[in-house]
Design a protein around this ligand. Structure first.
Ligand SMILES: O=C(O)c1cc(=O)[nH]c(=O)n1[C@@H]1O[C@H](COP(=O)(O)O)[C@@H](O)[C@H]1O
Length: 235
């Protein structure tokens, strides 16, 4: 799988997306999340794909197994590279998601990798314990979600850089650790809580990094992307 930094296209419409993408002269790995997808629908996926970019479709599905299975079956036809669900949906839901994805992938097309979100990178251990009433440590909770995700046959998880190494040790090198919450040193943190720089992500066991505002809000997004890529690749 492409290992370039994944740029989160968190924009409200197609117009902003293509204004942003037009600054780059190379194929990218981009993420289409709920903000963009819910405004523009599946067409935005097809249009971005036509420009040669790899796509992580981040819709974080979380519903009863049958609903998630049917939704995944439909999404499979879009031909994206990576999709996700919430691990909190449970083993049966994740197994159903995988079945739907396999059933819906047209023959001759590669099935998207399917990963689960463990604990969002905007969550602290204190918030998790108080609001989700989980009595484990945050690391234990993320590891538990990683282990049931592997049990369900998925390809990996979304986690923070802080948990990536332990997941790699427990679930193996091939089990993906996709890490958002990436910031450049001294950059604004916004709503993220478990953050790291691209070089630390590489050192500490991430398979892929997801970077949004550190690039999209930068004065020069192409330069910011270059900085992130160099830090990610050199370490
Ligand atoms: O699944 C995700 O992509 C995701 C999971 C998570 O735990 N944390 C997280 O930030 N994300 C996404 O990653 C992106 C991070 O954006 P920035 O904080 O702007 O870099 C956003 O599009 C989030 O929706």
């Amino acid at each position: 799988m492409n290992s370039k930094p994944i740029i989160a296209l968190d924009f409200p419409s197609e117009k902003e997306v293509f204004a942003f993408l037009s600054q780059f002269n190379e194929p990218l790995f981009v993420k289409i999340g709920m903000e963009l997808y819910l405004q523009e629908g599946p067409d935005i996926v097809r249009k971005v794909k036509e420009h040669g970019h790899d796509i992580f479709l981040d819709l974080k599905l979380h519903d009863i197994p049958n609903t998630v299975k049917s939704a995944m079956k439909g999404l499979a036809r879009l031909g994206v590279d990576l999709v996700n669900v919430h691990a909190a949906g449970g083993v049966n839901m994740m197994e159903s998601a995988l079945e739907g994805l396999e059933a819906g992938t047209p023959s001759g097309m590669k099935r998207a990798k399917l990963i689960s979100v463990t604990q969002l990178t905007s969550t602290t251990e204190e918030q998790m314990q108080q609001q989700q009433k989980i009595t484990l440590s945050l690391l234990e909770s993320v590891l538990h979600y990683a282990s049931i995700t592997k049990q369900a046959g998925l390809d990996g998880v979304v986690c923070s850089v802080h948990e990536a190494n332990v997941i790699r040790n427990q679930c193996g090198e091939d089990f993906l650790r996709v890490t958002p919450g990436i910031r450049l040193a001294g950059g604004e943190i916004h709503d993220q809580k478990r953050i790291a720089t691209p070089d630390v992500a590489r050192r500490d066991g991430s398979s892929l990094i997801v970077v949004g505002r550190a690039i999209t809000n930068a004065k020069d997004p192409v330069e910011a992307y270059k900085t992130v890529s160099e830090l990610w690749e050199e370490n």
